[in-house]
Design a protein around this ligand. Structure first.
Ligand code: SF4
Ligand code: SF4
Length: 215
C-alpha cells in the first residue's frame, strides 16, 4: 500500500491561488485506507474549499487513480464537471496525480504527500518495511530488510553504535541487525552472517521505472 498524508489545508489553498473552480479527485484504494483521499476527505475538502470562496464543480472517487486507463475513462464520464473547473485537485498518491495530469490538460494540484510503501499494522497504523531498492536481500537477511529498517541502511551490520540490541539512532528501537541475528539464530542459519553482502548495485533501482510485465 502507498502511504499518503494530506498536505496542510493552508498549503493546498496556496497551491490553488488564482484558481476559482475546482474538480476534486479521490482514490478508493490506498488514499481511502490512509484517510487522506477517500469519500470523507473529499467531502471535507469540498466544505473547506467552499468556505474559502472556491467553487467546487464536482468530485469523483476513482477505484485506483494510478490506473491510467480507468482514470481517463472516469474523468471523461464527468466531462461536464471537469470542463467547468479550471483546476483538478487530486487526493491520491504521486502516481495517481500523474494519471490525472496525463488524462487532462487542466492544471493539476497534488493535495497529498506520498510517503512510503507501507505495511498495514492495523487500521490507521502503517510501517515502512521496504524501500523498493530493486534488488531484494530478504532471503539472506531472514526476511528483515536492513536497507529500510536500519536507519543507516547498512548491508553488513550492526554498526558500532548498537547497545544491548538497541539502535544508536533511537534507543527505544531494536537494532535491525540484532533482529536479523536473532531470527537467523532461531532458524539455525547464523552462518549467513559470515558472508559479506556485496556493495549495493544501485543501477538495479528503477528510476524512472519502466518495467513492463507481459503475460
Ligand atoms: S532489500 Fe530492497 S526490495 Fe528487499 S525489502 Fe529491502 S528495500 Fe525492499
Ligand atoms: S544500531 Fe543497528 S539499526 Fe541502528 S544504525 Fe546501527 S546497525 Fe543500523
Amino acid at each position: 500500500m502507498i502511504i499518503t498524508r494530506q498536505k496542510p489545508f493552508v498549503d493546498i489553498l496556496a497551491a490553488l491561488e488564482g484558481c476559482s473552480s475546482i474538480f476534486l479527485v479521490g482514490c478508493a484504494k490506498c488514499a481511502t485506507v490512509c484517510k487522506s483521499g477517500g469519500e470523507e476527505e473529499i467531502w471535507q475538502m469540498q466544505e473547506q474549499l467552499t468556505a474559502s470562496g472556491k467553487e467546487v464543480t464536482g468530485s469523483i472517487i476513482i477505484d485506483e487513480v494510478c490506473h491510467m486507463l480507468r482514470t481517463g475513462r472516469d474523468l471523461r464520464g464527468r466531462k461536464e464537471m471537469v470542463g467547468e473547473a479550471d483546476t483538478l485537485l487530486v487526493l491520491a498518491c504521486g502516481a495517481g496525480v500523474q494519471s490525472v495530469s496525463s488524462a487532462s490538460e487542466k492544471r493539476t494540484v497534488a493535495g497529498l504527500d506520498t510517503l512510503f510503501l507501507g505495511n498495514i499494522r492495523r487500521l490507521g497504523q502503517f510501517e515502512q518495511r521496504c524501500s523498493l531498492c530493486g534488488e531484494c536481500l530478504l532471503t539472506e537477511t531472514a526476511g528483515i530488510c536492513p536497507v529500510t529498517v536500519c536507519p543507516k541502511g547498512l548491508l553488513n551490520g550492526p554498526c558500532g553504535g548498537m547497545q544491548e540490541g538497541l539502535c544508536e539512532t533511537d534507543r527505544e528501537a531494536e537494532c535491525a541487525w540484532n533482529q536479523i541475528y536473532q531470527r537467523l539464530q532461531s532458524q539455525g542459519m547464523v552462518e549467513n552472517l559470515r558472508k559479506t553482502v556485496a556493495l549495493k548495485d544501485f543501477s538495479k533501482k528503477l528510476k524512472p521505472g519502466k518495467l513492463k510485465i507481459e503475460k
